[in-house]
Design a protein around this ligand. Structure first.
Ligand code: ATP
Ligand code: MG
Length: 419
């Protein structure tokens, strides 16, 4: 029988890569907590309706990427494809809007989308994200963009670039969609079926098309920024001013529309040119209408999400899998094993990183192993040592050793720590 493999598009994470994960988790929680964002954990599956209602029926995620299933009671459930909908569902369900706003949270966890796996694109992938609910103030837009950049800069991700745009109000988009439709309709026979579908269902999706013909046509196409309503224009200008005040560099990209339907006003993406074709690390924007459309009060909100797998591609991993032990315990004979086992426990309780040999090989071999594990010291216990009621404490890097009497074992931890 051939062994079972992990499902396509999923990945096991273990050492040394796990070190980069832990670094990402540590740095992001430090940066976000300092800005008064609190962690939230929502379920990994939700009612399918939550996503079909919020993300938009004609988005790629809803049309072809959701992992949906019926449970044994025939409930329609979906493994979460993104984090925002769950956070908003929770915010409404627990009536958290009765508390003073803004409600600021961050999350980190697995998301699921049925996509073609490639570098930086998986079926189970992970996002770090944040949401800020309740304040329609351009300072918040600048704050969250700044936080995303802070996380990435602290992780030393090279060659970052920020693009921003405004999608305006829903009226803006209605007028703009119409203008875009009329423009592309003149070239309908030049479009492939995919683009024709986009033109019919949601012409905005043509803006981020990879098709070369569409890209060429876009150069002459009407620009979204010319359609902005007054309110969105003022908001966008202020966001730019606040970004300037933080010396954040950005490009305004009027073609930047996000893949999900709930966005309005500010949208942005952060890319790293050191990544290949999946170069978008972080995407986000305002979604002022979402809370109300999910049955909550009329409150504005904004957020972003970044793909951890893509961060990992740009963080240099230290490929060495070294233990860096404080001490490695080496034994010879059965009696020694029993004594050593309790010393192991005692040293670990003294906050030392200690491991023990499980092989009955000769002492030289076991010392070699201690060196491989980059242990600072080793403790050697054989029959002779037991008879003399001592253990040998040996410093591996400075070739020094010392006998420690069994009734002075308490000193061992101190000696190791102070070496
Ligand atoms: P893309 O254009 O790369 O498909 P998206 O617009 O679908 O991205 P969002 O829904 O905005 O992505 O998610 C935010 C971030 O999550 C992306 O910028 C990316 O870093 C990451 N991401 C999205 N889908 C995947 C995936 N299948 N595998 C790994 N990371 C992903
Ligand atoms: Mg996608």
């Amino acid at each position: 029988m051939s062994p079972i493999k992990a499902p396509r598009g999923t990945k096991d994470t273990f050492s040394p890569e796990i070190n980069s994960w832990q670094l990402i988790e540590r740095i992001s929680s430090e940066v976000l907590e300092l800005a008064n964002y609190k962690e939230i954990r929502t379920p990994i599956f939700e009612h399918s309706e939550l996503y079909t209602k919020s993300l938009g029926q004609v988005t790629d995620v809803v049309q072809k990427e959701m992992y949906s299933f019926q449970d044994r009671s025939e409930r329609n459930l979906t493994l979460r494809p993104e984090g925002t909908a769950g956070v908003i569902r929770s915010f409404i369900e627990h009536k958290l809007y009765v508390n003073p706003l803004p409600y600021r949270v961050w999350y980190c966890g697995p998301m699921f989308r049925y996509e073609r796996p490639q570098a930086g694109r998986q079926r189970q992938f992970h996002q770090l994200g944040l949401e800020c609910i309740g304040i329609l103030d351009p300072r918040i837009d600048a704050e969250i963009i700044n936080l995303a950049l802070n996380v990435l800069e602290n992780l030393k991700i090279p060659n970052l670039s920020l693009e921003i745009n405004s999608l305006g109000s829903s009226e803006t988009r209605t007028y703009y969609k119409e203008a875009l439709y009329n423009y592309f309709n003149n070239y309908i026979s030049d479009l492939d079926t995919e683009s024709q579908m986009r033109l019919q269902n949601n012409p905005l999706r043509l803006l981020d098309s990879k098709d070369t013909k569409i890209k060429a046509l876009l150069e002459e196409a009407p620009s979204l920024l010319d359609f902005l309503d007054n309110d969105s224009q003022i908001h966008f200008n202020l966001v730019c001013q606040y970004l300037n005040s933080l010396s954040i560099r950005y490009t305004i990209n009027p073609l930047l529309v996000r893949g999900l339907d709930y966005y309005n006003k500010t949208t942005f993406e952060i890319k790293s040119s050191s990544l290949g074709s999946q170069d978008t690390l972080c995407g986000g924007g305002r979604y002022d209408g979402l809370i109300q459309s999910l049955g909550g009060p009329e409150l504005p909100a904004i957020g972003w999400a970044m793909g951890i797998e893509r961060l990992l591609l740009s963080i240099p991993t230290n490929n060495q899998n070294i233990a860096n032990l404080d001490c490695y315990i080496i034994t010879l004979g059965e009696k020694a094993k029993i004594l050593a086992f309790s010393i192991l426990n005692q040293l670990r309780n003294s906050n030392l990183k200690v491991d023990i040999s499980f092989y009955d090989s000769n002492i030289q071999k076991q010392i070699r192993r201690a060196n491989q594990l980059n242990a600072t010291t080793c403790i050697i216990i054989g029959d002779e040592e037991i008879q003399k009621e001592i253990v040998v404490l040996k410093w591996l890097k400075i070739q020094k050793q010392e006998e420690v009497s069994l009734n002075k074992l308490d000193n061992v931890a101190y000696k190791i720590l102070s070496s």
